[in-house]
Design a protein around this ligand. Sequence first.
Ligand code: GRF
Length: 217
Amino acid sequence: MSQTRLRLGVLISGRGSNLQALIDASATSAFPAEIALVVSNVANAEGLDRARQAGLETTVIDHKLFLDRAPFEDAITAALEAAGVQLICLAGFMRLLTPGFVTHWRDRMINIHPSLLPAYRGLNTHERALADGVRFTGCTVHYVRPDCDAGPIIAQAAVPVAPDDTPETLAERVLLSEHQIYPEAVRLIAEGRTRIVNEHVLISGTSLPPSTINPKV
Ligand code: GRF
């Protein structure tokens, strides 16, 4: 069974709640992907404990031990390839990636971002959404391209903004949706149902795009 599942490499830097969502999803044998390796650039990342508890292979590749980004990324690629990784899932990985790394893993690397891209790329998304008074925000899973938080969109979830939201309460609610759509996006890819045409993701086998509105206001 395990040979036929897509082998994931999950890159983290911190808490690892999205990693946990992928761990939980892949715990069921019906899920078409499994986590082959968890890579952290931070030795005491909470996500590493989650991975170890799940019995997963982990490795720490500390960016501070490298003089430049390229050799740091080469070490990551070597670890991922040694583990037979077929798809990288960035899950709160807080290092900018060079075009060389992104090109090497083109269409084999996805990211989750806490906004409805292309709105609010970068950091502090919830603060900025609240400052703008938007009624909806959300989260996005996308294929990775050299520009930060850009690339073909696989799945999104919209989350209503409540009048009394703070960045913290909004982040907490968006995170619930992140945990739904990240495994959903991985499933679509693992089932071979995604195709990138003109930098848009086409999904086969459904008439609806894989997007949800989170009803929990
Ligand atoms: C998430 O909000 C994710 O969208 C963003 O970084 C955060 C990581 O959280 N890229 P966690 O480490 O998965 O809990």
